[in-house]
Design a protein around this ligand. Structure first.
Ligand code: NAP
Length: 302
């Protein structure tokens, strides 16, 4: 019986583990892939405070893991398939075992929606990115393309326009999903152009991203757009499948929990990208992790 069972070993889950284990609680963190979550696959983390010269995502993940283990947190390599969260005794069922706990922190994260094109995976970190705030600085004075027509795509395009030489925002329809003020701001940027009615059809590049082939949605006409960087901002998918039927999720699948990370179920907390929030960054994930651990400790004390 663990005091705190954490699902997901990204920055939110591992920070929760550090705080909870350091306060003397018996903690386990389950992770189906590698510890670090999305950050483990990030080339360079440049905007996390305290690392003036940046740190590689792999190194940062390793440090988080070591720190959690140093305080006694147990890292469990297992994929959790279902959970029973109601009541005082909670449980999680994994491929490798079943886990019992008095409190649970849900920190499964959210993954960017992929284009689903050949070569996409290999180009991540080599010209293709799902996060302009994370990787935009690598494209200073260069040409960038942003795919998407929602708020994220526009925020990314605006962020990049202040860094890159040129930004082309490509959207599959002729109408945007983004808020009007973002569209207005984008139209004011001299180095930002928009290409409407085209969807990405193929990616090109040998050592990394070089060009994207775009296809006119109605006519099928194709055009090649060469650039240094491709930013994909077509939404995110929260990893909340195991909570279907167990908890209320919002329309996009995120968990509704406030800044105190408390969910609708007593003793269950949501931390990091899995929580409905406006800014999904490592800095906000670790903040959630610390709050969730403290809330779990208070809950257990009561
Ligand atoms: P989103 O609103 O779901 O928009 C995704 C965009 O990507 C849509 O324009 C969609 O096109 C396009 N798209 C989806 N799949 C595609 C594909 N396979 N190929 C090409 N294009 C594709 O996602 P988001 O922009 O990440 O925003 C998510 C949520 O966070 C929204 O509720 C948003 O309001 C919120 N958010 C708010 C702020 C803010 O308030 N400042 C900032 C960022 C995000 P269609 O339009 O044709 O479907």
């Amino acid at each position: 019986m663990y005091d705190v069972f954490i699902i997901g070993a990204g920055p939110a889950g591992l920070t929760a583990a550090i705080y909870a284990a350091r306060s003397g609680l018996r903690v386990a963190v389950a992770e189906k892939q590698v510890p670090g979550g999305q950050i483990a696959y990030t080339h360079q983390l440049e905007n996390y405070p305290g690392f003036a010269r940046g740190i590689s995502g792999g190194e940062f993940s390793q440090q988080l893991r070591e720190q959690a283990e140093r305080f006694g947190a147990e890292l469990v390599s297992d994929e959790i398939g279902s959970v029973c969260l109601k009541g005082e005794q909670k449980s999680a069922q994994g491929r490798a075992g079943n886990y019992q706990a008095r409190s649970v922190i849900l920190a499964m994260g959210a993954a960017p929606r992929k284009l689903g094109l050949a070569g996409e995976e290999e180009m991540v970190g080599s010209g293709l990115s799902y996060c302009a705030t994370c990787d935009g600085a690598f494209f200073r004075g260069r040409d960038a393309v942003v795919i998407g027509g929602g708020d994220t795509a526009f925020e990314d395009a605006l962020y990049l326009a202040d860094i890159a030489k040129s930004v082309t925002l490509v959207h599959r329809r002729n109408e945007f999903r983004a808020q009007e003020y973002l569209i207005r701001k984008a139209k004011e940027k001299k180095n930002l152009s928009m290409l409407l009615g085209y969807r990405p059809a193929a990616l090109e590049g040998t050592l990394g991203f070089e060009a994207v082939t775009l296809e006119q949605a109605e006519t099928g006409e194709q055009k090649r757009l060469a650039a240094d960087g491709l930013f994909v901002a077509i939404g995110r998918i929260p990893d909340t499948g195991i909570l279907q039927g167990e908890m209320t999720l919002d329309a996009a699948g995120y968990l509704q929990a406030g800044e105190d990370t408390k969910t609708e179920i007593a003793g269950v907390f949501a931390a990091g990208d899995v929580r409905a929030k406006s800014l999904r960054q490592v800095a906000t994930a670790v903040s959630d992790g610390a709050v969730a651990a403290e809330q779990a400790r208070e809950y257990l004390m009561r």
